[in-house]
Design a protein around this ligand. Structure first.
Ligand code: ASP
Length: 324
């Protein structure tokens, strides 16, 4: 999905009407040249996320503010995928991961934070108010509360409660298989790549503002029914998100362990530095994962999404069905 239009056009349309782009995993062709500002985000749930980000970009705001607003939008959805409404870990606790990075390579992250609605904003506070990059668990929560964030209830959303109850029947710990949202698929059941779609829903977005500056943010509840304490790629700078204002920015979704192993988004940005288009850079990073263990790669999904300094964008995923 992409939003890139000049202000006049934006005012005329009054709303985002951009199409959702499906990534054909094995076919090149999503190279685009566009004008700034621009915002792209992972998955179809990124449509309203882009709208929230676009309000800031269209008003000549900073990309950093735009990506934070976009991530906050999805974190606000009570019965959706990545925030407190997301699926819990195997102990029934929702733990959230998030990071943010700006055009000056300033970055902040929180991992395994509980009962805080907007981990992306806590990540931004870590970036702006501390000499550190990552805060985890109880320390991250303590920092959030000290900085005025409300401690929300520990309860699960309705669909998460149902999903967890169902999962407990077998308690199968299958970290490579995420679970598709019940509301999209009827009765809760592990589903994997039937119909070519992927079962991941981490929200990653990157934006370039009118001044040509890049920023990115990621927010997620991580892999469903993960081990308590498990941290994926999403809050790790260079894995779930990387921004280099001279070159471009990238984000990822999918099995975080595989992304961490190759420093995925840093790798994508480095491929763009070598002159590869965003899509080719994503493809080469995906190939790195596939080449390491081709058999294993058949059982998992990882998708990268990237934008370069010219505003060209592209994506590539191991399996079909990754949309942005
Ligand atoms: N990348 C996320 C993680 O490993 C999961 C996802 O994208 O759904 O935590």
């Amino acid at each position: 999905m992409i939003n890139a239009m000049n202000r006049r056009k934006f005012l005329k349309l009054g709303a985002i009407t951009a199409p959702l782009l499906t990534v054909k995993n094995s076919v090149a062709g999503s190279l685009q040249t566009t004008t700034k500002p621009i915002v792209i985000s992972t998955w179809d749930s990124g449509m309203p996320v882009n709208e929230a980000a676009w309000k800031i970009l269209a008003a000549k705001g900073r990309a950093l503010d735009a990506v934070e607003a976009g991530a906050m939008h999805i974190e606000d959805q009570v019965d959706c995928c990545v925030g407190l409404g997301g699926y819990p870990d195997r102990d029934g606790i929702v733990t959230l991961d998030s990071c943010i990075m700006d055009e000056h390579a300033n970055c902040g992250a929180v991992a395994g934070i509980e009962r805080i609605k907007h981990p992306v904003s806590v990540a931004r506070k870590v970036m702006e108010k501390t000499p550190h990059v990552i805060l985890v668990g109880a320390g991250a929560q303590q920092f959030a509360v000290e900085n005025g964030f409300t401690l929300e209830s520990a309860g699960l959303s309705e669909s998460s409660k149902n999903a967890y109850t169902e999962w407990l029947k077998n308690s199968e710990y299958t970290p490579v298989i995420n679970i598709e949202r019940k509301k999209q698929n009827g009765p809760f059941a592990p589903k994997f790549f039937e119909d070519g779609s992927a079962n991941h829903d981490t929200m990653g977005l990157v934006a370039m503002d009118i001044h040509g500056n890049l920023s990115g943010a990621v927010t997620t509840s991580g892999m469903a029914f993960k081990l308590h304490g498990r941290v994926g790629d999403s809050p790790i700078i260079g894995a779930g998100l990387f921004v280099d204002n001279e070159i471009g920015a990238a984000t990822s979704s999918g099995t975080g362990e595989e992304v961490i192993r190759i420093c995925g988004t840093h790798l994508v940005v480095e491929f763009m530095r070598q002159g590869y288009s965003p899509e080719m850079a994503c493809k080469k990073a995906v190939q790195r994962i596939v080449n390491r263990d081709t058999e294993k790669a058949k059982t998992l999904q990882v998708g990268f999404l990237a934008m370069n300094k010219k505003g060209q964008y592209g994506a590539y995923a191991i399996q079909k069905g990754f949309v942005f």
